[in-house]
Design a protein around this ligand. Structure first.
Ligand SMILES: Nc1ncnc2c1ncn2[C@@H]1O[C@H](COP(=O)(O)OP(=O)(O)OP(=O)(O)O)[C@@H](O)[C@H]1O
Ligand SMILES: [Mg+2]
Length: 253
């Protein structure tokens, strides 16, 4: 089963949106999926209205008390499971350090969970490089990097590629990765230009699929829904289905 970290150190590029809708595409295909919210902003957790009162009911407990992940799972009807976030996650590095025990905690937690739960895990990361996002990368079988269609995002994507390459000696493998262009506006030439330049930069690691700027994608989370549940015939739903098909064909899911 895949463990996909959805990461970009730039904010607002569509990480949470992609976690939500890729999970929904998997669920619609009859596959089990667990969303792990590793962002202290807890946007994904909030979409489902599952923000726990206590940090001990969130992924924070994995670090604070070594709570097994199966004890933290929340059911998402029709979708799968959620490992919720809490704002206290922000304090993980200051409270528990940046050493291997912290960095490997999520990886070991997910490996242990595999004996109880045989589903894909999509990890929604926070928008900065730190203990939480590195933990997610260490736990992942591959990384999906959403890149929104603007020039600053292009710069950020190059930095991520260098950062992932720098981790190779630690990971002892090249981390499989895919860059995904999000918020693509077919009417603007800039989008095509960014696509071409990103292709030059990362070659075949760029997804063929692009996620269009789409009202249904933007609207659905405010109703606690994924784009398929909100408008299954929308462009956004078609794009996220195409993304799943492409990741499957590449054996990344
Ligand atoms: N394809 C899309 N079409 C229209 N709006 C989109 C699309 N993808 C994302 N958005 C909107 O862009 C905003 C940022 O998206 P999202 O929260 O998924 O980004 P993020 O990378 O997770 O942000 P953060 O770094 O803060 O966690 C949201 O308002 C979302 O609804
Ligand atoms: Mg997010």
């Amino acid at each position: 089963m895949a463990r996909l970290a959805i990461f970009n150190c730039k904010g607002g590029v569509g990480k949470t949106t992609t976690a939500l809708n890729l999970a929904a595409a998997l669920a619609r295909a009859g596959e089990s999926v667990c969303l792990a919210d590793m962002d202290p902003q807890a946007h994904l957790t909030r979409i489902f209205d599952k923000l726990p009162d206590s940090p001990d009911a969130s992924l924070f407990a994995l670090y604070a008390h070594a709570t097994p992940l199966r004890a933290l799972l929340q059911e998402l009807p029709g979708l799968g499971q959620l490992l919720p976030a809490h704002g206290q996650l922000m304090k993980v590095d200051s409270l528990f350090g940046k050493g291997p025990s912290t960095l490997n905690r999520l990886r070991i937690g997910l490996e242990t969970l595999e004996s109880d739960y045989a589903g894909h895990v999509l990890i929604d990361c926070c928008p900065y490089v730190g203990v939480l996002s590195l933990s997610a990368v260490f736990a992942a079988s591959s990384v999906l990097i959403p890149v929104s269609s603007d020039y600053l995002s292009l710069q950020g994507a190059k930095q991520i590629d260098h950062a992932l390459n720098a981790l190779e000696p630690v990971l002892k493998r090249r981390m499989p990765r895919r860059y995904l262009i999000t918020r693509f506006d077919r009417r603007r030439r800039m989008g095509e230009d960014i696509r071409r330049r990103l292709r030059e930069e990362v070659g075949d690691d760029l997804c063929e699929t692009v996620i269009s700027e789409n009202v249904a994608v933007a609207m659905s989370p405010s109703l606690g829904k994924d784009v398929f549940a909100y408008k299954s015939d929308s462009r956004g739903a078609q794009d996220y289905q195409a993304l799943l098909d492409e990741l499957r064909a590449a054996n990344l899911i």
